[in-house]
Write a protein that binds this ligand. Structure first.
Ligand SMILES: [Fe+2]
Ligand SMILES: [Zn+2]
Length: 375
């Protein structure tokens, strides 16, 4: 064991005591696989230049030294030498408080959000990157955002989709119309109310983001309902931890079929990461197909499913607002569940157009705009 200022080698791994904050242990494989040197990563694009199998199984840190600038120099058992800058060590700290601080903590909301809708005027957003970033930050925190003054012409929703990301073409086409039609293949195309749901859980992967653009809304009713699925999951976890656990482990088979399409996907209603943080909610009663689970598990699962569905119907969680022509709601499809109240198609027209984009493109846009904002 070598005892050095700030850094110690213990059995070939490192214990790092940063200038501030708790010490953290570093596995030798983790640290070596993070070596920033020009032999390990391409200096231009930062991509790795070796395969993980090129690193020896018995790799150990032979010695380590804290550098004057706060970085760490490590000599490895295979003769390689790595230097880790202070800022990099700070950003990648593995202490529990540092890992917790890095966790994305969404802003959970209820129906009371109706007085503080995350809204921006589309033409202004297009011309003002600072406002666009503000809107994207709100979207990221809340799982949805509202755009106003999107021109009320058919097809505009796909232009918005291609500006926020890239429209994902599906069997419904580049965009889809939501209005009542005779003999609908999907309940969305009727005038009945729709309980809150996420779209297309029968796809791999499910759409990351759904856009719905209002072209006409003369028909009485047809208000938009949104529910924060992450908030509902947190409530289920508190009120029924066993049920929550089942919904994170036992997947439902989802299905959509028409004459030319057969879509099937199997996924859990709630997904958590290794830290137990809720990352996704997929809830869609209409396209739930069947549960491939033994009887006692299925019995308990259905109890949990009903409990979650009841939480999603709690009036205090429902954000209700009316989309006016030109409004476009942009929803994180694996978090913000949407539905609508029934409407009367006999007393006026109602016409929405929707499309899907992937979530990573919007996230990329937010991170790129942040670069400029923080530089
Ligand atoms: Fe939908
Ligand atoms: Zn290296």
């Amino acid at each position: 064991m070598a005892d050095l200022a700030g850094v110690r080698v213990v059995d070939g791994s490192l214990l790092w005591q940063p200038p501030a904050g708790p010490a953290w242990a570093v596995s030798s494989d983790w640290l070596r696989d993070s070596c920033p040197c020009a032999a390990c990563r391409h200096p231009g694009n930062g991509q790795k230049l070796y395969a993980i199998t090129d690193l020896p199984d018995d790799l150990q840190a032979a010695s380590a030294e804290a550098q004057a600038d706060g970085g760490v120099l490590v000599h490895w058992s295979d003769g390689h030498r790595s230097v880790y800058p202070a800022a990099w060590l700070h950003d990648h700290a593995l202490s529990e408080p540092a890992r917790q601080a890095r966790r994305v903590s969404p802003t959970l909301w209820t129906g009371a959000l109706r007085d503080h809708l995350p809204v921006a005027d589309w033409p202004v957003l297009l011309a003002d990157p600072a406002l666009e970033l503000r809107w994207l930050e709100q979207y990221a925190a809340l799982g949805f955002g509202l755009l106003r003054q999107v021109p009320t012409e058919p097809g505009q929703v796909a232009l918005v989709g291609d500006r926020l990301g890239f429209v994902r073409v599906t069997n419904y086409g580049r965009l889809f119309d939501v209005k009542s039609v005779p003999n609908p293949t999907n309940l969305a195309y009727t005038a009945v109310g729709l309980g809150v749901h996420s779209d297309n859980p029968y796809r791999h992967p499910s759409p990351g983001v759904q856009l719905l653009h209002c072209l006409e809304s003369e028909a009485p009713g047809g208000d938009t309902l949104l529910v924060d699925g992450f908030h509902a999951a947190q409530i289920l976890r508190r009120e029924d931890p066993g049920g929550f656990d089942l919904l994170t482990r036992v997947p439902m088979n989802f299905r959509y079929a028409d004459a030319s399409t057969e879509l099937r996907a199997r996924q859990t209603l709630i997904s958590t990461d290794m830290d137990g943080v809720v990352r996704a909610v997929h809830f869609n009663n209409r396209s739930a197909d069947w549960l491939d689970a033994p009887a006692d598990l299925a019995q308990a699962w259905y109890r949990a499913y009903r409990a979650f569905a009841r939480i999603l119907k709690r009036p205090e969680l429902e954000l209700v607002f009316r989309l006016a022509p030109g409004d476009c709601v942009v929803m994180q499809n694996d978090r913000t569940l949407h539905g609508r109240t029934a409407f009367d198609p006999g007393r006026g027209r109602r016409h929405l157009q929707g499309c899907y984009i992937d979530g990573d493109a919007m996230e990329s846009r937010r991170l790129v705009l942040r670069r400029t904002a923080h530089s």
